[in-house]
Write a protein that binds this ligand. Structure first.
Ligand code: CUA
Length: 198
């Protein structure tokens, strides 16, 4: 296919459009309001762009489905696979199951200042998960895998809270994550282990 003629055609169309737009008479006041509305739109689009690229706030990029009724038979979310794992590329992956009324495993240890990919599934109803001080906040819809990558800024105990009403025990549904200083946790093998201090 010839690219040049298409390019020329596009330039002609844009030029034509510009001349037509310039020929339209726009009242001074109208012009002012058009500028203001364009600035407002630009401001909101800017917020979305900054959030998406710098704060990691994205819509679900892909829909990954899973059979919630047979998680124990599923290779990825079988009991032995839950918790913290390090993949071949050295990425820290956390697999968690939400169920009435807890997150499983109940407690995990992860390194601070390290990107961590958390993968969540629900074994029963709709849950939510929120970890204060991080961008970790998502719904956990039965039948789907929710994936969020986050970084814990500093060591400490972080609560993991359910933020979708899921039943009478909803307010008791929480667990916690111990975030350990990067240098105290060895994640060079398949799992993360505490370094023994000399
Ligand atoms: Cu689980 Cu609320």
């Amino acid at each position: 296919m010839q690219i040049e003629p298409i390019k020329q055609k596009c330039v002609l169309v844009i030029r034509d459009l510009c001349t037509q737009l310039q020929a339209i008479h726009i009242d001074q006041l109208e012009r002012k309001w058009i500028t203001i509305s364009m600035l407002v739109i630009g401001f909101f689009v800017g917020i979305i762009v900054i959030d998406a690229f710098f704060h990691g706030v994205n819509p679900p990029s892909k829909v990954e489905t899973i059979d919630s009724a047979s998680l124990h038979l599923n290779k990825e979310f079988a009991e032995d696979n839950l918790g913290v794992q390090v993949d071949d590329k050295g990425n820290v992956i956390v697999r968690m199951v939400a169920g009435r009324y807890s997150f499983f495993p109940k407690h995990i240890e992860v390194p601070a200042e390290t990107p961590i990919t958390l993968r969540w599934v629900s074994m029963d109803v709709l849950h939510g998960v929120h970890i204060p001080m991080t961008n970790m906040s998502t719904m956990i819809v039965p039948g789907y895998v929710a994936e969020v990558t986050t970084t814990f800024p500093k060591p400490g105990e972080y609560p993991v809270l359910c933020n979708e009403y899921c039943g009478l025990g909803h307010n008791h549904m929480w667990s916690n994550i111990s975030v350990i200083a990067k240098e105290d946790l060895d994640c060079s093998s398949k799992v993360c282990k505490r370094r023994i201090k000399q």
